[in-house]
Design a binder for this molecule. Structure first.
Ligand SMILES: Cc1cc2nc3c(=O)[nH]c(=O)nc-3n(C[C@H](O)[C@H](O)[C@H](O)COP(=O)(O)O)c2cc1C
Length: 176
């Protein structure tokens, strides 16, 4: 039986998704740093982590302490089949459901090292784009750089639907 929705968030988007999921499936929500207050080691959880350079933050730590039954990865990239395949590979996720959720960018909440790296990557992408002829620039590239410079918020209940459906099916089977 899944005991909690556990999350790690840097600027708040993953936290928002974790709260929404918790409400929808009526299971307590807690950050990974405070999880031990309500969880025993090896308890079953759903884990949500923000993505930094392709890695789902806190996922490894969560797996060491708890039984992670499903993972939600929150990033700013568009939800494509290829991106989700890469997330599986890079994070070594094989036999459990992985749901990708598009989060957002909140420049005001980025701090320290992560802010520095994010600005560096944004400037690099902008420079690369500006070197190209107009017809060579992809629409997705323009959108991505714009979102990185100005911020964006893609959080929606609709994005969470596959994860909610997965949980409801699991519960239905357990109740039978
Ligand atoms: C330094 C840095 C690196 C990032 N790397 C990725 C990435 O590899 N893939 C991605 O989709 N999003 C990436 N993001 C975007 C975040 O995952 C996205 O903003 C997410 O919604 C943050 O969630 P949070 O608000 O819970 O921290 C990166 C953000 C930062 C600051």
């Amino acid at each position: 039986m899944i005991k909690a929705v556990v999350y790690k968030s840097n600027t708040g988007f993953t936290e928002k998704y974790a709260m929404m999921l918790s409400e929808e499936i009526s299971i307590p929500v807690v950050s990974i740093d405070k999880a031990k207050i309500i969880l025993q080691s090896n308890d079953e959880i759903i884990y949500l982590g923000w993505i930094f350079a392709g890695m789902i933050q806190g996922y490894k730590k969560a797996c060491k302490k708890y039984q992670v039954k499903a993972v939600c990865a929150v990033g700013m990239s568009e939800d494509t089949k290829k991106y989700v395949e890469d997330l599986h590979k890079v994070n070594g996720i094989k036999e459990k459901p992985l749901f990708y959720l598009q989060g957002g960018v909140d420049k005001a909440k980025q701090k320290g090292f992560y802010k520095f790296v994010f600005n560096m990557v944004t400037n690099m992408l902008l420079k690369n784009m500006n070197k190209k002829n107009e017809e060579e620039i992809e629409d997705d590239e323009i959108k991505a750089v714009y979102n990185m410079q100005h911020g964006c918020d893609f959080v929606s209940l609709e994005n969470l639907k596959p994860a909610i459906d997965w949980y409801n099916n699991l519960k239905l089977k357990a109740d039978l």
